[in-house]
Design a protein around this ligand. Structure first.
Ligand code: PFF
Length: 445
């Protein structure tokens, strides 16, 4: 495209947008559970080490590649390594964004529908497992919510980086933070909440196994939206004079803080009611509604919770969509609005089989997964790690860690990357990702 590239109006604009991308379903339904079942505070320590050693170096690498090249992921690799096949790493990122968006929108649609179920009221005699299964095994309703959610993304992305993304994250991210704190305070003040806090954080090193480390690394990757060019894309709207190490640190810090607070919102409540914690859809759409049904003004807190979950999903989904839209507008010269509608329409259609997987296509499975979990597994266990691995190898060996480090350190910021950056991006990060990739596949096949 010929027009001048848009840039974030302020550094807060970038930080909120990138934190919005990072804070998503992964923080709310995965992090607390993985922590609780992997030894609590013992896991937290390992997770924080993974964030510092792997998440942070990858974050600044992606943001830095974007800022340096001012391009979408495909264009970014082309700019740094012209006439080589490295642009394919960017293309893999675009494809991954597309795949994740298609089913993330379906799950986000469930969340939207639960806002209205909460308004209608949750009562203790309701059977929440039947309510959830009843909802997802329909066809029209979940597809309609999927469409509504995708339309929201299209509306925001079509309006542009500043007038769309930045404007909305500035409104939504503070609301998300406040709602999460309100729900956490409510949970922590329920009688019997202490047991949940104990389950969540009591360090239990006997639960720490090899898998704990892999879970920590895998989670640090997904939660920070790494491995698929989202941070390259958002970084490409930074100005040259914006710092990379400093801005990256804020994003990583915000994501980690929200994940930790989410644990305080969930476990005290689940344990106070004597229920069993779980992960994923079951925790969010069955266990938590059952908890809310029991507490005073519970439907109101359920409403707040599903609003916050929907916001978290929305600000992540728009970053997925922006990766694809940026590629089409930059590389193919298509006007932004047309590109956005096209991407929204195709992702909507590609997501439909994951809805039908709970009804007419329920016989279709892959490695024992239903269709939605299949999309999720292929994206998370294969596409993100492969994308992240190749990006690290590219930065470390092709662009070279030395040049990357120099580029990221200009202009000077309070955090100065030392030579440790090269050690991380050339050795530690690739080895860690290879382990996650190999064991992730062995585990399932
Ligand atoms: N970081 C998001 C989460 O934790 O739910 C998921 C995600 C969003 C991954 C955007 C990748 C991405 F580009």
């Amino acid at each position: 495209m010929n027009g001048a590239r848009e840039h974030w109006g302020s550094r807060l604009g970038f930080i909120l947008a990138a934190a919005g991308s990072a804070v998503g379903l992964g923080n709310i339904w995965r992090f607390p559970y993985v922590t609780g079942t992997n030894g609590g505070a013992a896991f937290l320590i390992i997770y924080l080490v993974a964030i510092v050693l792997i998440g942070y170096p990858m974050m600044i690498t992606e943001v830095g590649i974007g800022r340096r090249t001012q391009r979408n992921p495909v264009g970014a690799f082309k700019a740094l390594a012209p006439n080589t096949p490295w642009w394919l790493v960017g293309a893999l990122g675009v494809l991954t964004g597309f795949v994740i968006l298609s089913y993330y929108s379906v799950v986000a649609g469930w969340s939207l529908s639960y806002i209205f179920k909460a308004i209608a009221g949750f009562t203790p005699e309701m059977a929440f497992d039947e309510l959830f299964v009843g909802h997802i095994s329909q066809i029209g309703e979940p597809i309609l919510w999927h469409l509504i959610f995708m339309a929201l993304c299209v509306g925001i992305i079509a309006a542009g980086v500043v007038r769309g993304i930045q404007r909305w994250v500035k409104l939504l991210m503070p609301i998300l933070a406040v709602l999460l704190v309100v729900v956490a305070l409510r949970a922590l003040t329920l009688p019997g909440a202490g047991e949940g806090v104990a389950f969540y954080l009591q360090p239990d090193f006997s639960e720490v196994t090899g898998t704990t480390f892999l879970d920590a690394i895998g989670q640090s990757f997904f939660t920070l939206s790494l491995g698929m060019g989202a941070m390259i894309t958002y970084g490409s709207y930074l100005k040259k004079e914006d710092t990379v190490p400093g801005n990256g640190a804020y994003v990583v810090g915000a994501d980690t803080a929200i994940a930790i607070i989410a644990g305080f919102a969930i476990f005290p409540a689940v344990f106070a009611l004597g229920l069993e914690p779980g992960a994923g859809a079951g925790l969010t759409f069955i266990t938590l509604p059952a908890v809310f049904a029991e507490i005073p003004a519970g439907s109101f807190f359920a409403f707040l919770f599903f609003v916050l979950l929907s916001i978290a999903a929305l600000t992540s989904a728009i970053s997925l969509m922006e990766v694809v839209v940026a590629w089409i507008t930059d590389e193919k010269g298509m006007p932004r609005k047309t590109a956005t509608i096209l991407v929204g329409a195709i992702s909507f259609v590609v997501g439909i089989p994951t809805v039908l997987g709970y009804s007419v296509l329920s016989d279709v499975t892959f490695l024992g997964f239903d269709l939605l979990d299949t999309y999720d597994w292929i994206a998370n266990a294969i596409m993100l790690p492969v994308g992240g691995l190749l990006t690290a190898i590219f930065a470390g060996y092709v662009w070279t860690a030395k040049k990357a480090q120099e580029d990221f350190n200009t202009p000077p910021s309070r955090i100065v990357l030392g030579n440790w950056y090269g050690v991380m991006i050339k050795f530690i990060v690739p080895i860690a990702i290879i382990l996650v990739l190999v064991f992730g596949i062995i585990d399932v096949v």
